[in-house]
Design a protein around this ligand. Structure first.
Ligand code: AMP
Ligand code: GLY
Length: 423
């Protein structure tokens, strides 16, 4: 089988690795990919948002399966596009259609879905600029902190947590009237603040059946102790030690099962990964967001723990065999630490030579913002590499990842030294 992966991050390098190892894999292509994907696949130099070029690649390279990494192409309807084109008939897509992708593309759509299906989530109201006065009254009536969310996609930046009512009203004004997050904030969800520990759960579904993949915890902030600006993710560990069987059970019964049932009831015809962003309040799980794809860097911590043939797992979604698929999970823990360009998530320099990868023996290094030019590996983005190790416990896997990082070098490199600190 020939597979096309869309995306260019560490997640896509990790997908390419796992898929290329499959006994059923003939060739993997990644668009646009990075220096890591080119080690195991062929990179194709086009944007996944250019659907005509996606189509051209599918026909030219006889692609049978498309795996969509990031949310953007899904929210813009890549699955529907492929399905509706007679020339692409029979091509399979991992990733939901546009209607279901709204679970990530619109916070209001997701909140309404959660409420309609009685899935635990923070209380909320959604407001447009015409309802500004009402929104201010809502803020005054409710206790701080206030969680303000741009309704649409805002590249992970559209959520504000504010401790003062007046400041919340000012920020709301900036979002609704001054396009603080562009068109994404033309409508804003204000929700109750949930105090607890966050975790990420993943399932693969064919719309009726599902397989639960290993859970993970990611570290979103740039600074020590999870402080400072939000990033795409600075590290991840899997499994989170606090994810006990009792909690897993609650997550499945209260959240995963009703979500998949909800897909059926609402005719969402969902195919692909569901990423549940959860908060445990005491021992009770709540959904804070749905993503319609795998997480980054969680994928780099989760997939190395899957011992089954990953392409066969993906394919079982289309053959009706997902339910019976024997998913083998490694009992070891994994720890992923992300190395970034100094300055990220704000301004940073690119084009720094990356050295020392050949000395890394006990970890897997997934490339993200990195390119190879004239034989030299160089930085090309904020998040540059994700270093994953497996160990008998989190401590051992973290030690191995940090040991590997000490051998890697690029100018102005930065990484969090405290991934897993809270566990
Ligand atoms: P989201 O983009 O919805 O994942 O939100 C980004 C981050 O904001 C989350 O990872 C949480 O840390 C935080 N957050 C979102 N919603 C809430 C909430 N209702 N209560 C507390 N924290 C939240
Ligand atoms: N690591 C969080 C995300 O992929 O959205």
């Amino acid at each position: 089988m020939n597979v096309l992966i869309l995306g260019s991050g560490g997640r896509e390098h990790c997908f390419a690795e796992s898929i290329s190892k499959s006994k059923n894999c003939d060739k993997v292509f990644v668009a646009p990919g990075n220096s890591g994907t080119s080690l195991v696949a062929e990179n194709l130099d086009f944007s996944p948002l250019d659907f005509d070029l996606v189509k051209e690649a599918i026909t030219k390279y006889n692609i049978q399966l498309v795996v969509v990494g990031p949310e953007d192409p899904l929210v813009r309807g890549i699955h529907d596009f492929i399905l509706s084109d007679p020339i692409l008939k029979g091509v399979k897509v991992i990733g939901p259609k546009q209607k279901a992708a709204q679970l990530e593309g619109s916070k209001d759509f997701a909140k309404n879905f959660l409420n309609r299906h009685n899935i635990p989530t923070a209380k909320h109201r959604t407001f447009t600029s015409a309802q500004f006065k009402e929104a201010c009254e809502y803020i005054e009536k409710n206790p701080p902190p206030y969680v303000l969310k741009a309704d649409g996609l805002a590249a992970g930046k559209g959520v504000l947590i504010i401790y003062d009512a007046n400041q919340a009203k000012e920020e709301l004004y900036q979002m609704l009237f001054k396009s603080k997050f562009g068109a994404a904030s033309s409508s804003v969800v204000i929700e109750e603040f949930l105090d607890g520990i966050e975790l990420s759960c993943f399932v693969l579904t064919d719309g009726k059946n599902y397989k639960i993949l290993p859970g993970a915890k990611d570290y979103k902030r740039i600074g020590k102790g999870d402080t400072g600006l939000n990033t795409g993710g600075m590290g991840a560990i899997s499994p989170p030690p606090f994810l006990t069987n009792i909690i897993k059970d609650k997550i499945e019964k209260r959240i995963i099962y009703p979500t998949i049932k909800g897909f059926e009831t609402d005719n969402l015809d969902y195919i692909g990964f569901v990423f549940f962003g959860l908060i445990l309040v005491g021992q009770d799980p709540y959904v804070i967001e749905y993503n319609v794809r795998m997480g980054d860097p969680e994928t780099q911590a989760v997939l190395p723990r899957i011992n089954s043939d990953f392409l066969e797992l993906l394919n079982s979604v289309f053959t009706g065999n997902l339910c019976d698929f024997d998913l083998q999970i490694d009992q070891k823990s994994s720890a992923t630490v992300v190395m970034v360009s100094g300055g990220y998530p704000e301004q940073y320099e690119k084009n720094k030579e990356i050295k020392g990868l050949d000395k890394v023996k006990e970890s897997k290094v997934f490339h993200a913002g990195a390119i190879r030019e004239e034989g030299l590996l160089r930085t090309n983005g904020g998040r540059v590499l994700a270093v994953t190790s497996l160990g008998k416990d989190i401590k051992e896997s973290l030690e191995a990842s940090y040991k590997s990082i000490s051998k890697i070098e690029f100018e102005n490199q930065y990484y969090r030294r405290d991934i897993g600190f809270d566990l």
